[in-house]
Design a protein around this ligand. Structure first.
Ligand SMILES: Cc1ncc(COP(=O)(O)O)c(C=O)c1O
Length: 289
């Protein structure tokens, strides 16, 4: 069961006109919310980011926050599995092809929820490989746009090499990875680039920052030079589906001693405990009447 423009229906029956601006221009935004034991994780933060993305690209938000929650809980409850990756997308709608915004088009809303795919335990334990590339995307990486051809091309570089991610540098500085944020550890200090138009403000990034701060792990937001990334003791990727994942090989060279480091082990444990706590609380914000 998926959701399209007000209806719940089987995916085979969900159809979008070819003139949808999402199809023609990639003119839309999206979110991916991890759902653990049917409890959406950090839902308000994801909906807040969706509202911001919509405002930045000037697409009318078709639902109030309480309505979004209501619809998405119904979708979660309609799935036969508990842990889900809930995808939602809003485009500017269907209109005759013209770059300028159409008048009166209704935004297209699509949501689906698939079984959640997180890294297998062996990968968490052994760590992942990553490649690096120049970040050649546009300068509004803070918007969660569905126009992802830049990210797809960059991701494919590491996919072709059998690696988990492509870590990106712009003007000699770390930005993020093709579908994750990046953290660096050097002599016990956790470093990550500050939020800006050059990176997506990750929801997992925020969780990791909060967990570090709440547990006395030193963390600094600052520009990180490419050479600091290459000389790091530890490198981590964070995203809603990867959670926190250690990178142990970068462009074929070992990161630190080539194994996930002690600060990663601590953060991974804190993250799992935090998830468990959220699931146990089973909290769902009030839905609309
Ligand atoms: C480019 C990019 N950066 C960072 C992230 C991590 O964001 P989040 O933690 O909200 O999943 C993603 C997630 O898809 C992404 O595509």
């Amino acid at each position: 069961m998926v959701f399209l423009n007000g209806s719940f229906l089987p995916i085979e029956e969900a159809k979008v006109p070819v003139l949808d601006r999402g199809f023609i221009f990639g003119d839309g935004v999206y979110e991916l919310v991890p759902v653990y034991s049917r409890v959406p994780f950090r839902l308000d933060e994801h909906l807040g980011r969706l509202e911001r993305s919509l405002a930045e690209v000037k697409i009318r938000n078709p639902h109030a926050r309480a309505q979004w929650r209501d619809l998405l809980y119904r979708l979660v409850d309609a799935q036969p599995f508990d842990d889900q990756g809930l995808y939602l997308q809003v485009t500017r709608g269907v209109a005759k092809r013209d770059h300028s915004f159409p008048k009166g088009a209704e935004p297209t809303v699509f949501m689906m929820s698939n079984p959640l795919v997180t890294p297998p335990p062996e990968l968490v334990e052994k760590g992942a490989a990553a490649l690096t590339a120049q970040d050649n995307r546009w300068l509004r990486c803070d918007i969660k746009s569905i126009s992802l051809v830049g990210n797809c091309l960059l991701r494919q570089l590491s996919a072709d090499a059998g690696a988990a991610e492509t870590i990106l540098f712009r003007d000699g500085k770390l930005t993020e990875a093709s579908a994750s944020n990046v953290f660096v550890v050097k002599r016990g200090l956790i470093l990550t680039p500050p939020k800006s138009h050059l990176i997506l403000p990750g929801i997992t990034y925020d969780v990791v920052v909060e967990l570090a701060q709440a547990n006395g792990l030193p963390l600094e937001f600052r520009e990180v030079e490419e050479k600091e990334v290459r000389a790091a003791d530890e490198l981590w990727l964070t995203s809603s589906s990867k959670e926190v994942l250690a990178v142990v090989s970068l462009d074929g060279a070992s990161v630190g001693d080539g194994r996930p480091g002690p600060v990663f082990a601590r953060m991974y444990q804190l993250y799992q405990e935090f998830k468990q706590k959220v699931m146990r609380a089973g909290k769902r914000e009030a839905v609309s009447a």
